[in-house]
Design a protein around this ligand. Structure first.
Ligand code: RIB
Length: 297
């Protein structure tokens, strides 16, 4: 069985569905409110587990009602939480999300996620050494992201860096990642480049292999030479929150099948994930991905 370690955030998502986004100083009536589990780290862990991987999550929650609910949800997905700490003097992370017009807007308050330390990653060394791949995103301290990249590199375990939310990162960090998985906007920020520059040109400039997500248009990927394209799978979108997380998880789970096959399966999994409200609501089981791929052949 594929073993995945995720180093990342755990949030409670406070989701409001509305007909449109609200402007500054404006009040409108929404249609629906939901409190559902999220956080890029937790989402990637859940997506990988549903795709059949054995998953461990290195992260943190507060010792509060949200934290208890989030831990229960993760445990119910069979995720190993032995390296997820519970902080008594801290709130759990939250994300205030508005879903409208087929898009989303998100404000994350990291809270406990801001206290996921490099030491915690070092303590998970045995687990990481046995992993087939490690996933890390940027809702935790950057020093912890760096520690994860360095440890994975030292242990020769592929680390997939999902640079979201994006910040410019040192070139030598990017070289430690097996794959970096931005969207077009994140790639420009990551490289400190102009966002109007052609994304294929930016992919060629990157100091590491890039898998670039393009929403409904699928993904582009490049190890060396010219970038290749994988088309997206057409579906009705209810909520795109968590689609990127599903993509990253699937990429990690199927990486051993080769990059092109993994990107195709990741596009299929991400397409299935947008059919239900909530980041984890639509994340597919393995057989659903296989069915979609079989129907699309
Ligand atoms: O990627 C989606 C996630 O981003 C949401 O679940 C939210 O918690 C934010 O972290």
């Amino acid at each position: 069985m594929t073993r995945i370690v995720v180093v990342g955030s755990i949030n409670m998502d406070l989701v409001t569905q509305a007909a449109r986004f609200v402007g500054p100083g404006e009040t409108i009536l929404g249609e629906r409110f939901l409190t559902v589990p999220g956080g890029k780290g937790a989402n990637q862990a859940v997506a990988a587990a549903r795709l059949g991987a054995t998953v461990a999550l290195v992260g943190a929650t507060g010792d509060d009602a949200f934290g208890r609910q989030l831990r229960q949800g993760l445990a119910a997905e069979n995720i190993d939480l032995s390296h997820t700490i519970e902080l008594g003097d801290c709130a759990s992370g939250t994300a205030s999300i508005t879903v409208a017009e087929g898009e989303n807007q998100i404000i994350v308050v990291p809270a406990a996620n801001a206290r996921v330390t490099p030491t915690q990653v070092e303590r998970a060394q045995d687990l990481i050494a046995r992993a087939d791949a490690v996933l890390v995103q940027m809702e935790i301290p950057l020093e912890t992201v760096e520690a994860t990249l360095r440890l994975g590199h030292r242990l020769e375990v592929p680390v997939i860096l999902n640079p979201a939310p994006a910040q410019k990162l040192p070139t030598n960090w990017l070289k430690l990642a097996r794959y970096v998985t931005p969207n077009q906007h994140e790639l420009a920020i990551l490289l400190g480049a102009d966002s109007t520059e052609d994304f294929r040109a930016l992919m060629r400039q990157a100091p590491c292999p890039v898998v670039l997500t393009r929403g409904a248009e699928g993904a582009w990927y490049r190890e060396q030479g010219e970038p290749s394209h994988q088309s997206g799978f057409q579906v009705d979108v209810v909520d795109s929150t968590g689609a990127g997380d599903t993509f990253n998880a699937a990429l990690a789970v199927f990486l051993r099948e080769g990059l092109a096959a993994a990107v195709r399966k990741a596009c299929a999994a991400a397409a299935l994930s947008v059919g239900k409200l909530g980041a984890q609501g639509g994340m597919p089981q393995l057989h659903e991905v296989e069915d979609l791929l079989a129907r699309s052949n």
